[in-house]
Design a protein around this ligand. Structure first.
Ligand code: 0WE
Length: 175
């Protein structure tokens, strides 16, 4: 297999029924599945990747969403899973830091992808962000790619355990 420079975690799943209606209706099975696939998978992947990742220069990058820090309508159990993912970033950063491996996440603003295509009210969310965010626009795939290249590269050699927002600045706004 050779060596790995970068591991990108970009996987999440919750049952469609859990991504609508009241959070009170979150099922034990739906909760377990969302956290298993969306958060625990980072720990499992990181453990398997560690023997392959370059010591002193390897890095791990995950993708998260502001719904892991604030409440968004319908995001529900995915918000809890992203909160677990974001805290796992910090614990993993501490665990693999001594080998010189860094662990960070990008918290991206709403972006049209396969994962967001099944999301009811996506256009409304994107429209709201574009009207309120400091940059008054939605992000692009290239915006995320730029941050990903930076965080994965030696340019970010002193950065680990960080949740880096690529969201046109939306997260700094109070109202
Ligand atoms: O993290 C996500 C969504 C990830 C996701 C998407 C699906 C669609 C298909 C997880 N599980 C599933 N399950 C499916 O069956 N996003 C950041 C995009 C997203 O999802 C939302 C959002 C946004 C934004 C759900 C509700 C409200 C807003």
């Amino acid at each position: 297999m050779g060596r790995l420079d970068i591991l990108v975690h970009s996987i999440a799943f919750a049952n469609k029924d859990e991504l609508k209606g009241s959070f009170l209706n979150t099922t034990r099975e739906g909760f377990a599945m969302a956290l298993d696939i969306s958060a625990y998978s980072l720990i499992a992947l990181s453990r398997e990747a560690m023997p392959l990742l370059e010591k002193k220069s390897g890095s791990i990058l995950a993708l998260t969403y502001y719904g892991g820090q604030k409440v968004f309508p319908n995001y529900n159990v995915m918000g809890v899973a992203k909160a677990a993912l974001e805290m796992s970033i910090r614990y993993l950063a501490e665990a693999v830091g001594p080998e010189g491996v860094r662990v960070n996440a990008i918290s991206a603003g709403p972006l049209r992808t396969l994962a967001s295509s099944g999301v009811g009210g996506f256009n409304q969310i994107a429209g709201h962000v574009a009207s309120k965010a400091p940059l008054r626009r939605n992000i692009t795939q290239e915006d995320v790619a730029g941050a990903a290249v930076y965080l994965s590269s030696d340019l970010a050699r002193g950065v680990t355990g960080e949740i880096h927002f690529v969201d046109s600045g939306y997260n700094i706004i109070g109202l």
